[in-house]
Design a protein around this ligand. Structure first.
Ligand code: SME
Length: 160
């Protein structure tokens, strides 16, 4: 068991700095990518407030395939032409969507989702996975959330 003590009501910069330290401690020296994705999903789920889904999609054979996550059962395969996750994987750019209903091609895995943040994980400049966070609140995510999850994605580049 790991007992991390992170104040979920701390300012975002502080919360994400603590989360990064915990993620580093959890994954350092562990070569199994599935185990690391599972633990990072659980860590984000526990400490980032107001989420209804968080997890990984991995690039497998030119499409995104569901990886470890927390939340309701989700769609398994996402083509790069579809959804917020597909856009992140295709462009290699973070997607910050304030209103998923206004995003063309958004895939509603959980009808409760209102806003979404998807960050690509790259290795040697190539997208190998995305981290997807969904919230039932509109405009839940901002640039600070994006920066925090991008730091995690960077840490995980050679650990998943
Ligand atoms: N909403 C995502 C699909 C994945 S689920 O949210 C878990 C999308 O549009 O890519």
């Amino acid at each position: 068991m790991y007992a991390f003590d992170i104040a979920t009501d701390a300012p975002k910069a502080e919360l994400y700095a603590e989360l990064l330290k915990a993620a580093d401690a959890l994954t350092a020296g562990e070569a199994d990518g599935i185990a690391n994705m599972a633990n990072i999903s659980a860590l984000i789920w526990q400490f980032v407030p107001e989420l209804n889904w968080v997890g990984f999609y991995r690039m497998v054979g030119g499409e995104l395939v569901l990886g470890p996550f927390q939340g309701k059962s989700a769609c398994i395969r996402i083509p790069l032409t579809k959804g917020v996750c597909g856009a992140a994987a295709r462009t290699g750019e973070t997607q910050l969507v304030e209103d998923v209903h206004a995003f063309p091609g958004h895939i509603a895995c959980d009808a409760a989702s209102r806003s979404e943040l998807v960050v690509p994980v790259k290795r040697d400049g190539v997208v190998i996975a995305v981290i997807d966070l969904d919230s039932p609140l509109p405009a839940r995510f901002d640039a600070e959330d994006a920066k925090g999850i991008e730091a995690l994605a960077n840490l995980l580049s050679d650990r998943i």
